[in-house]
Design a protein around this ligand. Structure first.
Ligand code: ARG
Length: 560
């Protein structure tokens, strides 16, 4: 929050761009200015420059001390002044504390989740779901308008299989009773039977070809299967608090493939190869396949048509694809192709690693069965309920809180590590009220809330007008300084498209708050000024936790 004041002061003595660093050790100050790059121009050793600057530069009001340490100028903030300014800002801005207008007038389109219909949502789609949702909130927080796109996997040869299977073995009653489960059964059956008898595989391909031609029977069944699936997805998204602006999936764009291919042919980019239509992209050995030899469209060609359509219909400034890193090559090729076509817009593949089981196994097979998001969510809710029963049996609205805790555990656990890496998805650990977890932070928030509630019972209202000069405890100083960094952290998370930057900061903040809570009593504090200052700091901390968790998709209850 105060960097710009130090930067402005430095700019009076230094030419060019000024960038501050945060020293690894707090003993070296709150901010540091490295002098290496000035050495050449000033023809002096960076150590000397640092010393000169520390002595001669103007000291901004918020800074207590400026020192030189080797090639760095170090700045120590005046914590009591920081406390006053930061708490005042929190009380003035509340839910908006930390927000900015960086993205004002800009539109971010975010594609995420994008499960495949005909199957329950699989945990493979969970990282994208959590990351995309958090990035949506981060963008809105920083002034962007956001369009959320769910690119359903609702097209492809698997639907030929399902149609064939349903027409061969299907029973209407079973489909109506538990549609998605039954579709999975049919899918497994047709896959097995196709291995034994190629005629089934042949028939399935035939049905997909008919579907692509708009055959009535095929289209009718496909649309029925789709609606059953989407209904289930929507229920799950509602529990997770996620909404989309568009569910236009692969099927929606399939009819646009033909004209996309024509464009590529006109430009001379497409070529025939063994009866299939392909496009070669510089730097890649494997070409993109646009059309199979039987004339069917492909995943790649649908993405080409989709992106061309999005460029035309959505006036986005940035388009994020939240999809697993196993599809990196596909997106690199897709984006290269767009640039070849002259589209210079900002497309980003926000790639994620896998969620693994404890011990390292892929989550797709647990004792031989698939793990579905719905199962994970229900298990989390049951576990959360159990903990609440143990810890706070009197709690009102238990079911609502249990859902919030379950969702909080999943979101936080799923977002805590760098998205580029794999994450061990350990639900029991994620649900623990201790450690680096969502419930730990939610509990910290509830703890702060309860102090405020009790203070109000004594007629004491937290106010930013408290006298913060009395806050001298190191635990108080730590909370204050971390609080001042909140906004920048949310911006870092956005700029890198990495929610874990915020999640890890929140853990640090939560720990600092709990240390403060234990070391510095509030309501029992005899000095009225200290009590009031602490109360204000507690309320401001609560607000920071609320805001930070919300940006990760988590609702922090006041009681739990
Ligand atoms: N439905 C796809 C899958 O399950 C993900 C879609 C990714 N987005 C895209 N534009 N291709 O793998």
């Amino acid at each position: 929050m105060f960097e710009h004041e130090i930067i402005a002061a430095l700019q009076k003595s230094v030419k060019g761009e000024v960038r501050l660093e945060v020293p690894p050790d707090a003993k070296l100050g709150d901010f540091a200015f490295p002098c290496f790059s000035l050495a050449k121009e000033l023809k002096k050793a960076p150590q000397v420059i640092a010393q000169d600057l520390a002595k001669s530069m103007h000291r901004p009001e918020i800074v207590r001390e400026i020192t030189a340490e080797g090639p760095y100028v170090n700045f120590f903030l005046d914590t009591t002044k920081v406390a006053k300014r930061v708490v005042e800002r929190v009380f003035a801005q509340r839910k908006e504390f930390g927000a900015s207008e960086k993205g004002k007038g800009r539109l971010a389109a975010i594609e995420f989740s994008s499960p495949n219909i005909g199957k329950p949502m699989h945990t493979g789609h969970l990282p994208s779901t959590l990351i995309g949702h958090s990035l949506g909130r981060l963008h809105e927080f920083h002034g962007y308008r956001v369009v959320r796109l769910n690119y359903l996997g609702d097209w492809g040869t698997q639907f030929g299989k399902l149609i064939h299977a349903y027409l061969t073995w299907g029973e209407k009653e079973k489909l109506e009773k538990e549609p998605v489960k039954y579709l999975v059964e049919l899918y497994v059956k047709v896959t097995e039977e196709s291995k034994k008898d190629l005629a089934h595989a042949e028939a399935a391909r035939g049905w997909f070809a008919k579907l692509e031609k708009g055959d009535q029977m095929a289209t009718g069944l496909w649309s029925k299967f789709k609606h059953y699936s989407v209904d289930e997805f929507r229920k799950m998204y509602a529990m997770l608090g996620i909404e989309f602006d568009s569910y236009n999936g692969e099927a929606y764009y399939a009819p646009k493939v033909e004209s996309a291919i024509e464009l590529l042919q006109k430009k001379g980019f497409a070529q025939l190869h063994d009866g299939a239509l392909i496009v070669r992209i510089d730097g890649f050995d494997v070409p993109m396949m646009l059309k199979k030899s039987n004339g069917s469209t492909t995943y790649a060609s649908r993405d080409v048509a989709t992106l061309l359509d999005r460029i035309e219909t959505i006036p986005f400034d940035v388009l994020l694809y939240c999809v697993g890193h196993e599809q990196s090559m596909h997106f690199q090729q897709l984006f290269s192709l767009m640039r070849k076509l002259g589209h210079g817009k900002n497309f980003v593949h926000v790639a994620n690693g896998l969620y693994l089981l404890e011990g390292g196994g892929k989550m797709s097979t647990r004792e031989g069965r698939t793990v579905f998001v719905e199962e994970v969510l229900n298990e989390a809710i049951a576990l959360a309920k159990k903990t609440i029963e143990e810890k706070n049996p009197q709690l009102k609205r238990k079911d609502e809180v249990a859902l919030q805790v379950a969702v909080g555990a999943i979101f936080f656990g799923g977002l805590l590590n760098d998205r580029a890496k794999d994450t061990v998805f350990d639900l029991n650990r994620f649900l623990s009220f201790e450690g680096d977890t969502g419930p730990y932070l939610m509990y910290t928030h509830a703890r702060a809330s309860s102090i405020i509630t009790r203070a109000r019972e004594f007629g004491l209202e937290p106010k930013a007008s408290a006298d913060f000069f009395v806050l001298k405890h190191p635990a108080e100083e730590r909370v204050v300084k971390l609080m001042a960094r909140f906004g920048q952290k949310t911006l870092d998370a956005l700029n890198e498209y990495k929610p874990h930057v915020l999640a890890q900061y929140l853990i640090e903040f939560g720990r600092a708050f709990n240390e403060f809570y234990h070391a510095c009593p509030c309501l029992s504090e005899p000095n009225e000024d200290v009590k009031r200052a602490r109360l204000a700091l507690i309320e401001a901390s609560r607000q920071v936790l609320e805001n930070g968790l919300r940006l990760l998709g988590i609702t922090a209850p006041f009681e739990m």
